[in-house]
Design a protein around this ligand. Sequence first.
Ligand code: GLV
Ligand code: MN
Ligand code: MN
Length: 423
Amino acid sequence: MPPETRPAVAVDQARLWERHLEMARIGGTPRGGVNRQALTPEDAQARALLARWGAALGLDASLDPIGNLFLRRPGQDASAPPVLTGSHLDTQPSGGRFDGTYGVLAGLEAIEAIGRVGIETRRPLELVVWTNEEGCRFAPGCMGSRAFAEPGLLDRLLAARDLDGIRVAEALHEVRTALPSTVAPCGLGGPVAAYVEAHIEQGPELEAAGRVIGLVTGIQGRRRILIEVHGEDGHAGTLPRRRRKDALSAAVAMIQALEVLMHDPGDTVRFTVGRVVVSPNAPSVVPGHVLFTIDLRHPEGGTLMRLGDAVETVCRRHVGPCTVSVTDVSLTMPIRFEGLVPDTVRTVSESLGLPSMPIASGAGHDAENLHRVCPTGMLFVPCEGGISHNEAESAKPEDLAAGAQVLARVLVELAGPAGGRRG
Ligand code: GLV
Ligand code: MN
Ligand code: MN
């Protein structure tokens, strides 16, 4: 067997699948999904489980100042920047078993397989769990990788609050106490030799094409905007319409007008109002306050900016007797993956008889931030019916294993053979 094929062969489909099932019990929902939001006790428990699995393989755990968890397999050259792989363990409130978790467990499986066949690499390999990828409890999403890529943002990100007013800095306590054996905190920002992230596709294209490996060409841009409508609480029975400052009526008018603004006959624009918080949310009170979120995505930066910039004008036009504030929460421009990592994924997939299919990512990923600091790429595996951010999310054990096989060999290629050239 050629030496470079050995780690792929050592990938254990059953072990990888069982770990998904075990991980899914943490925050598991009655309908078979997972609710494991960022920096909750469940998130901490999931990381602790991963750290135990890692410790059994001799991987040392460490946390950085925003709680990104690193499990390190030493390389022959301790001073060489590591090759990173991983994803996230946090989920949406009605999330599935594979979004994020797959990239973490595929990374663990790949590192275990590399160890089992006795391959030493020149560079260290690090499995990373990024903090708060989903951006549900705390915004913005991809928070941990964002701080890693741009350490100057750390204080601002640590100050972000959830709907109960809890700051990221406070919630990090959960994670720190769940990982008592963690060694001294490591820094942000690298250096990193390369980053490769495996993920389920979260769309239908691979399944429709009957292909197993998606070579991710890039990630579309996205903007998160927060709208707050301020009116006045009032008695539902006594307050005449002409004297009401009904924040919900204004918010509904705004959302309808935004739907018109975002209408796209080509169906490329992705516009979602996913959260509406009505206060006081009581049947007999005219709502005095509404908060809603806009998640806007587009593969072209110019269109993303044009549509996002028009949001405030549209909201002001429909504000009625209320007032409105429009806040840009985050902006990520579209990116493309090119060069070392996608080239390696393509070559390795082909050599394993799993030719890859180029595919653009509609979802956001931590790789979009790593892309700013090191050669970066992603590979996708199919998920059933393209269903994701849904408790019904599913994937085939053999596809998950195939992705881990590719990942294992890609990691060996990127980390270089022990005794290889310096650099
Ligand atoms: C990631 O979960 C996203 O919303 O794209
Ligand atoms: Mn994800
Ligand atoms: Mn997700």
